[in-house]
Ligand binder design. Structure first.
Ligand SMILES: Cc1ncc(COP(=O)(O)O)c(C=O)c1O
Length: 397
């Protein structure tokens, strides 16, 4: 059966593909160290699971309003007020099936065919594909490792063309762990205001920020930004709730209304039980977030300390999220055993085959010569995996 042109062009998620390969090897009995997937390895905190059980017992098992239950919208509004001093109204919130679905809604609601979204690279794998699915055009703008993988105002200005409508910002970043300071965001905001752009601010890693770094929500840095920003967030990363599929947007009411209408036709409401679980996550005790962050911080420090000892590999300091983005370009154009390795994809595949460590190639994030390593794994696995990578690097001829 013929597949539509649009879907023929769709790239499957590289992170999921690597994780699937790793699972295959595991099923065949291999001990694979999996650094490929971006999800916390902790269980969802108990009080959140209990809230879901209660929701089922109390009969919250039917359709809800397509854009989410009022209690959850109110909790999201409260959170942004308390954490960032931003005063949204409930009619500006759309709750979706994860932040990924929220992004799909945003691009579908914003873009007419041919309109461009500026995506600074390295970028999370799904952005470009979601833009294309919505008939938009991703305009990939490279950033420099020497500048911490951050878009500069000058680079942004140079990248804006007559069709450019949206700037996408992901801070803290998947895949680099980079995070913009308030000053850096303000400098970008000036260009955004000058050129009348809309900003999609993916703040899903907001709660995973390491000591010495301070998160700033994009709409706070200049007056007038709330009217031109869509904030994307969710519970997946902060509360170890990737499987529950709850994310949301905060946007001007007109856009929220359009996205709610889209959602009402495409998926109806996100799972009613998950919405109650997300409500418990936002309104319940927050110590669980802090505890997980402390563990991530230990792992991050360990990764940073190990990789800086590797000859010819560099990795900028990670301010947030749980990824290390390693520059392995000096290890390309070499042989590993009998295997010649020319690019990051081949490097990752040979690493998986020879040392049974799953990572994701930089080319999937628009950055050849790099590899992403997710340190959302236990300390034992982390030590073992890094030992194996070190052996692999040492084997390069
Ligand atoms: C930057 C970024 N945005 C959005 C998402 C999607 O999150 P969710 O699982 O809530 O769909 C991810 C997940 O990996 C991500 O890394």
């Amino acid at each position: 059966m013929k597949i539509s042109q649009r879907l023929q062009q769709l790239e499957p998620s590289a992170t999921m593909a690597m994780a699937a390969k790793a699972k295959e090897l595991k099923a065949a009995g291999e001990h694979v160290v999996d650094f490929s997937l971006g999800e916390p390895d902790f269980p969802t905190p108990r009080h959140i699971c209990q809230a879901a059980t209660r929701a089922m017992q109390e009969g919250h098992t039917h359709y809800t309003a397509a854009s989410g239950i009022p209690e959850l919208k109110a909790a999201i509004v409260r959170q942004y007020q308390q954490r960032h001093g931003l005063q949204y109204q409930p009619n500006q919130v759309v709750v979706s099936n994860g932040a990924k679905h929220a992004l799909h809604n945003v691009f579908t609601a914003l873009l007419d065919p041919g309109q461009e979204v500026i995506i600074p690279a390295p970028y999370w794998v799904s952005y470009a594909e979601l833009v294309k699915l919505a008939s938009g055009v991703p305009r990939i703008v490279p950033t420099e490792e020497a500048q911490g993988f951050k878009l500069t105002p000058q680079r942004l200005r140079e990248s804006i063309g007559p069709q450019t409508r949206v700037l996408l910002l992901c801070s803290p970043s998947n895949p680099t762990g980079a995070m913009y300071t308030a000053q850096e965001l303000a400098a970008l905001a000036d260009v955004v205001l000058e050129h009348d752009l809309v900003v999609v601010a993916d703040e899903i890693y907001e709660r995973l920020v390491y000591p010495g770094h301070h998160f700033t929500s994009f709409p706070t840095v200049r007056p007038g930004l709330m009217e031109r920003t869509v904030v994307v967030n969710g519970v997946s990363k902060a509360y170890a709730m990737t499987g529950w599929r709850i994310g949301w947007t905060l946007s001007p009411p007109q856009l929220a209304q359009a996205m709610a209408a889209l959602q009402s036709q495409e998926t109806s409401n996100p799972c009613s039980i998950s919405q109650h679980a997300a409500l418990a996550a936002l309104e319940g005790p927050q110590a669980c977030v802090e505890e997980m962050l402390q563990q991530f911080a230990r792992r991050r420090q360990y990764v940073q300390q190990r990789v800086t000892q590797w000859d010819g590999v560099s990795c900028p300091e990670m301010a947030g999220a749980f990824y290390a983005f390693l520059n392995i370009s000096s290890y390309l154009g070499r042989r590993y055993g009998d295997t010649p390795v020319e690019n990051s994809q081949q490097w990752c595949l040979a690493l998986l085959e020879q040392q049974k460590v799953a990572t994701v190639m930089g080319s999937a994030f628009g950055a050849e010569g790099y590899v992403r390593l997710s340190y959302a794994t236990g300390m034992g696995e982390l030590e073992e995996g890094l030992d194996r990578i070190q052996r692999y690097l040492q084997s390069a001829q």
